[in-house]
Design a binder for this molecule. Structure first.
Ligand code: COA
Length: 246
């Protein structure tokens, strides 16, 4: 009768699948490495039109920088604003707040920032993000999105997330992800409003125990076949994305 195996498919088929999966992961890692080689994603991805946000009585300029290229004063401002906005919310969580842990996270060598300034050059918002692998999938991971109070609820947060979505589309990442505390109801409402859904990597309460956060994501459709104009393909992937009206 031969030997039984719980595995599906012949050895040859399984070896072929394993080879294909290894190749896919290698390609994904290569895309992440390429994305991390950029110095100015807005210029290198032809997205200069998205560096201005002029709506709802605010006029903002946005730049993208790796942490290594950020001046110390701006980096400290990022850490300080994150503390102002988030310390209370972290203290309601199991892990609590740690100045040291947050500084380590925000100064890790793989960190990228979007920095948003008004016309006087005052900093008004930041996004801390990374091009990274998450469970063997290439992603843009949003670690922080922080706006100073006076520019909240004016569409800037949505616009900054749309920039990440377009970065992801143009660099071939599969999704944009973020982790949000369940009790951060404002932020949760924001992400749900801009169509983020619970990611497949969210821990299962039955298998893994209850957690006090949600892992959210938005899938990014890959570009359809080459001959279509780039503008059409970008619009397909991120339908709500439009440069800021002046
Ligand atoms: C959460 C945050 C990033 C949202 O950015 P924002 O610029 O204020 O939000 P937007 O104006 O772009 O809002 C986009 C949509 O989300 C909705 N939304 C935003 N904040 C909301 C809130 N607190 N409650 C309910 N809905 C909200 C808006 O009504 C808007 O919907 P619309 O498109 O129908 O008008 C910003 O308010 C912030 O920095 N908060 C403090 C820090 C924080 O919690 N960061 C997130 C950590 S994970």
């Amino acid at each position: 009768m031969g030997r039984k195996s719980g595995m599906k498919g012949s050895f040859k088929e399984r070896r072929q699948k394993w080879k294909e999966e290894s190749e896919r992961i290698a390609q994904a890692q290569k895309r992440v490495a390429e994305a991390n080689k950029m110095t100015d994603p807005f210029q290198e991805l032809s997205m200069g039109a998205f560096q201005k946000f002029d709506r709802n009585d605010i006029s903002i300029n946005i730049e993208a920088k790796r942490v290594a290229d950020l001046d110390e004063e701006t980096l400290q401002w990022c850490i300080d604003l994150t503390k102002v906005n988030m310390q209370d919310i972290y203290e309601m969580s199991e892990g609590g707040w740690s100045d040291r842990a947050k500084r380590e996270e925000m100064t890790h060598e793989s960190v990228w920032y979007l920095i948003a300034r008004n016309q006087q050059g005052q900093r008004k918002a930041l996004v801390h993000f990374r091009f990274d692998m998450d469970y063997e999938v290439e992603v843009v991971y949003c670690y922080e999105i922080q706006l100073v109070k006076e520019v909240q609820k004016k569409g800037l947060g949505k616009f900054l997330m749309q920039i990440l979505e377009l970065f992801a589309f143009k660099t071939g990442m599969k999704k944009v992800m973020c982790t949000v505390f369940s009790h951060n109801t404002g932020s949760m409402a924001f992400f749900k409003k801009i169509k983020y859904v619970v990611d497949e990597t969210q821990p299962d309460p039955l298998m893994d125990g209850e957690v006090d956060y949600e892992i959210l994501s938005k899938p990014i459709k890959p570009a359809p076949p080459a001959r279509m104009p780039t503008a059409t393909r970008a619009a397909d992937a991120v339908p709500t994305l439009v440069p800021a009206a002046s």
